[in-house]
Design a binder for this molecule. Structure first.
Ligand code: PMP
Length: 433
């Protein structure tokens, strides 16, 4: 095992004289930096506070504290309320006492802690597949898993709304890339037909519950296509684990499919399981391969034992306290029904954990976020380029911890404040931030 790829001895021509420092490119002049500054200036002009990076006191749950004010919170992925569950906290504290705070090095170097294997076994059995592997971040999991399995001779076909981590993994893998229209199996089949037989391996990449839209992948159709066209199917179940399916087992259970018909289940530990990290679950060979070759596993520190213990306990609690899943889903349905009754545009969401309220213009979304903050509600805007132009939205994360009163309050304030903005024509033709 090599820790660093040693560059082949190659001669680097040295300049006769050192470069003058004026030639060092300035970060401030990069187009990406300029774009951020222009967005901030446009917001300032309209008197909109920057909604991002606000400081919150304490843990985020159904409520959160900003500037000393308690707000009803719709900006936490803690779908089942595990983040402050006494058993989750106790398990983490016990793991810290036993193992310290860090795994200290890669698991190949520092060795295993029993909780790593226990968590992987639990994830595998939760999914109903042979094996699982955990990584230190969900984002890293997508990047390193996709990059390990595919290369320049291969093809990745992804949903157009796939998460940035999967897209980045696909780009960095060097594989050819095509996309298909969002959650549209017919369009995927069109792409599959057009590329048949041209590549060594093909991966089709989808999300279980889509993080920006809250709709569910058409898994049955995808599995049928997999049987016909022979591709690997990878499902990012980050927002589905613990959320959909009768017992919270995610997208396969939701659709009544066999989880083994999906080649690569991927997800994060940062949402329902109230921890940090990511995982891949699938067959033994896949997990063995990733444990031996995925750079983000081999060359990165092992998951902190306390985080592994938190995730293990949260998974255990999903089964022991199934009412959390039921409550979260009832809350999602309540928000969804009330929002639609008030004429809010919830897009294609099925009304579970992620419910967008689509408002169109980015400035309107940012202003609505500000107005709701004043009214006592914390919810984040999603603006271009995270979503297409004209599709800016507020994204509500619904949890088991919300009360029906909090949900009713949030929906009615959102409808009122949005109506007021529309009446003022706010955001029509304004600069897209
Ligand atoms: N996949 C999806 C669908 C996500 O929404 C996210 C993050 N929100 C990730 C992967 C990355 O997970 P993490 O934040 O745990 O790194």
């Amino acid at each position: 095992m090599k820790d660093h790829a040693r560059p082949a001895a190659k001669r680097v021509a040295r300049p006769a004289a050192p470069f003058p420092t004026e030639q060092v490119p300035s970060f401030a002049d990069l187009p990406e930096h300029r774009q951020i500054m222009a967005q901030a200036a446009a917001g300032d002009q309209l008197g909109i506070d920057n909604p991002f990076f606000r400081s919150h006191a304490g843990a985020a749950g159904a409520t959160t504290v900003v500037d000393g004010r308690e707000l009803v919170n719709f900006a936490s992925y803690d779908y089942l309320g595990m983040n402050r569950h006494p058993e989750v906290l106790a398990a983490s504290k016990k793991a810290i006492d036993r193992y310290g705070i860090s795994a200290s090095a890669s698991r190949l170097v520092a060795g295993e802690r029993p909780i790593h294997g226990e968590l992987e076994a639990k994830l595998a059995s939760f999914y109903g597949v042979e094996a699982a592997i955990v990584f230190v971040s969900g984002y890293l999991t997508n990047v390193t898993a996709i990059g390990t399995l595919l290369g320049p001779e291969d093809l990745i076909i992804h949903d157009e709304f796939i998460h940035n981590s999967a897209l980045t993994g696909a780009k960095l893998s060097g594989a050819h890339r095509r996309f298909f229209r969002h959650n549209d199996a017919e369009d995927l089949e069109r792409v599959l037909r057009s590329v048949a037989g041209r590549h060594r391996r093909t991966l089709v990449l989808v999300e279980g519950v889509y993080s920006m839209d809250g709709d569910v992948a058409d898994l049955r159709r995808l599995i049928e296509l997999r049987a016909r066209y022979g591709f690997w199917l990878m499902v990012d179940d980050a927002h589905a684990l613990g959320v959909i399916g009768g017992t919270g087992r995610g997208t396969a259970e939701y659709h009544g499919c066999n989880p083994r018909d999906v080649d690569i289940w991927m997800g994060t530990l940062s949402k329902t399981t109230a921890s940090c990290g990511g995982y891949v679950a699938g067959n033994e060979a896949l997990v063995t391969l990733l444990k031996g070759h995925a750079g983000g596993f081999v060359y990165s520190v092992g998951l902190a034992p306390a985080l592994a213990a938190a995730a293990w306990t949260s998974l255990d609690l999903i089964d022991r306290e199934p009412e959390r899943v039921t409550r979260m889903r009832a809350n999602g349905r309540l928000f969804f029904d009330l929002a639609r009754a008030r004429g809010l545009d919830t897009g294609v969401s099925v009304g579970c954990s992620v419910i967008p309220v689509i408002v169109g213009d980015s400035m309107r979304a940012a202003q609505l976020c500000n107005d709701l903050l004043e009214a006592g509600i914390n919810v984040m805007p999603i603006i271009h380029p995270a979503v297409p132009e004209g599709q800016a939205r507020l994204r509500f994360f619904i949890t088991a911890e919300h009360t029906p009163e909090q949900i009713e309050f949030a929906v009615s304030r959102t409808a009122e404040k949005l109506e007021a903005l529309i009446a003022r024509n706010f955001g029509v033709g304004s600069v897209d931030i």
